[in-house]
Write a protein that binds this ligand. Structure first.
Ligand code: FAD
Length: 565
């Protein structure tokens, strides 16, 4: 027996977006929550994310001229989920997501819809060419305060200009697509950061928080306003049961095991298992490596999935992850996701035979799955190589490289050459340097040049749909995703089949209650986010498909705990 902790109504395990939403909502419904977080910092993967949420029929759509219906949203998610999520859960999601987004606005975390950001599978029934993905409004760090800011996990260097100046998704899209105003967006942001002198005296962190930083900062401010206790460095050890229900948890806190009784129940929101090599090997397709993930190194090792299973929770879709190709930048604590750069024209991705095997501009989960499948078939797609030419290098970012106007080759850190990026004066010489078949790469580049002329990728239909084109270059014709690789020098980077979390976990019902193997509810136990099996099944219906459900089911769990389903 450990020492006795405080008596609370609900324990919430984890401090990502799902956890903080559950805590704030529970407090607003009159409950007394306690949040426990394993890491020293608050926010989990959610804090380093883009912060996007996928919310069909959101309140912003009408103003943006987007027409949407719950029926279409349900049909679309149901088709995406391929029978791996119940209709009841899908319905609960599409019906509640907009209410959750409205509630977010009411607690000081407003979102706005992105009218042009298409669903990831635009040809499926019920898809929309934009308007379901929402981006958090910029958040003023001063309103959280420096103390709150230092409790939070900092953002990703890759999502900020020069690793420091925060960009929101609208800025990033304008810059990447080279649309009108792209240069002025860069200049305005530099100027804004440089002239914020009063804030600069306090910290080098940007006052304007964006993406997952804005989301978690907003939720944390709401939690602090409600005086919700958050224990950091306090991992869940096990769940306590009493008379067939989950009645609390043992938490490692200040060096000892503390038994905390929770009158209403426990919400598990402790992320997936992507940082556990053992669980990856047990469940995910091979090969698999915990180093490939883009999530923080000190958190998600599946602890709460195992704790839930130990009290009878059923596990579901454990072989699936939220895949994304990643690059390894020496000195950084985690790999970086390559979400959008591979979509831009003038690059292609090949295996060791020099052959393309996927639509480079397609959704990142399918890209990662294609890498694994191609590797299983050829033995040469892990790593795969993204190859680009001098024109690409001059205009666009790639992984940690900024365009040459901001980061010429001579400014690229020495340690990156031949570990992050390789270069050579010809494609054949580059192929030889990186161990790729030169003739294969030459053939792929020649075919790409022909496709770029006609605008039609006859092999993988790159740029053939509205999702691909979202991150194309509008100035490149006839297809914004296709350009020849013709200007020396040539460059290559290694891509790994990484992820931004795993998808499998505890099976839950429409109110996020954990089910046992017979489909019966385990009283007092709730689970949300990557701790639970995704409502999206194997798919990624649109940007925000992980955080949207994490917070929507957290919202539902809190309502249910408070007796207000
Ligand atoms: P997390 O946010 O990871 O939180 C889990 C928390 O639980 C962690 O803080 C962890 O330390 C803690 N924990 C683990 N074990 C224990 C334990 N035993 N006891 C107590 N606490 C524990 N998704 C989107 O929907 N939209 C996006 O725009 C988006 N962009 C992304 C960009 C990047 C670069 C990355 C890496 C991910 C992105 N994602 C995005 C994915 C998304 O961030 C994650 O899927 C999501 O944050 C998972 O939320 P969660 O609450 O389940 O887990």
């Amino acid at each position: 027996r450990g020492s006795e902790g405080p008596n609370v109504d609900v324990i919430i395990v984890g401090s990502g977006a799902g956890a903080l939403m559950a805590a704030v909502r529970a407090a607003d419904l009159g409950l007394k929550p306690l949040v426990v977080e394993k890491a020293a910092l608050i926010g989990g993967t959610s804090a380093i994310s883009g912060g996007g949420i996928w919310i069909p029929c959101n309140d912003d759509q009408a103003q943006a001229g987007v027409r949407d219906t719950l029926e279409d949203a349900f049909r679309y998610v149901r088709t995406c989920a391929k029978g791996l999520a119940s209709d009841d859960r899908i319905l609960a999601y599409v019906e509640t997501a907009r209410l959750m987004a409205r509630y977010l606005g009411s607690i000081g975390v407003p979102y706005r819809c992105m009218p042009l950001y298409a669903d990831y599978y635009p040809s499926l029934p019920g898809a929309r060419p934009g308007g379901r993905t929402m981006d958090p409004a910029d958040f003023d760090a001063a309103s959280l305060g420096l103390e709150g800011l230092t409790q939070m996990r900092p953002g990703n260097p890759g999502q900020a200009l020069f690793g420091r100046i925060n960009l929101n998704s609208f800025d990033a899209h304008t810059i990447l697509s080279q649309g009108p105003g792209s240069v002025s967006v860069v200049l305005k942001n530099i100027l804004r950061y440089a002239t914020d002198l009063r804030w600069r005296l306090k910290t080098s962190k940007d006052r304007r928080m964006t993406g997952g930083q804005a989301l978690v900062a907003g939720l944390l401010r709401a939690a602090r306003q409600r005086q919700i206790p958050i224990w950091v460095d306090s991992p869940l050890q096990s769940l306590l049961t009493q008379e067939g229900r989950v009645a609390g948890a043992v938490i490692r806190h200040s060096g000892q095991d503390v038994r905390v009784v929770a009158k209403r129940g426990v919400v598990l929101a402790a992320g997936g298992f992507e940082r556990s090599q053992d669980m990856r090997e047990q469940y995910l397709p091979k090969p698999t490596d915990a180093r490939w993930t883009a999530t923080p190194p000190d958190g998600n090792t599946g602890d709460a999935i195992r704790a839930g299973a130990a009290v009878g929770g059923a596990l579901h879709i454990m072989d699936l992850s939220w895949g994304v190709p990643t690059v390894n930048v020496p000195g950084e604590e985690k790999f970086r996701g390559v979400f959008v750069e591979r979509s831009l024209p003038g690059c292609l991705v090949v295996n060791a035979l020099g052959q393309r095997f996927v639509d480079e501009s397609g959704p990142y989960p399918e890209f990662q799955q294609a890498m694994i499948a191609n590797h299983q078939a050829t033995g040469g797609a892990i790593p795969a190589w993204i190859v680009f030419d001098g024109r690409f290098r001059a205009r666009y970012p790639m992984g940690p490289l900024l365009p040459t106007s901001l980061m010429p080759d001579r400014k690229v850190p020495q340690a990156w050459w031949d570990s992050v990026v390789w270069t050579a004066p010809t494609l054949e010489a580059l192929a030889t340097r990186i161990g790729v078949d030169p003739q294969g790469l030459r053939n792929s580049a020649d075919r790409m040049a022909a496709f770029a002329r006609t605008g039609k990728d006859e092999d993988f239909d790159r740029g053939g749909n509205v999702f691909d084109r979202y991150y194309g270059d509008v100035t490149v014709k006839p297809n914004p995703n296709l350009a020849p690789l013709s200007q020396a020098p040539f460059y290559a980077m290694q891509l790994w089949p990484g992820d931004i979390g795993t998808k499998g976990g505890l099976l839950t019902d429409r109110d996020a209650r954990v089910l046992d193997a017979q489909g019966v509810v385990i009283p007092g136990l709730y689970c949300v986010g990557n701790n639970s099996a995704s409502v999206m099944g194997p798919a990624y219906p649109g940007a925000g498909s992980t955080l949207g459900p994490a917070m929507t089911f957290a919202y539902r769990a809190a309502s249910h705990l408070a007796g207000q389903p």
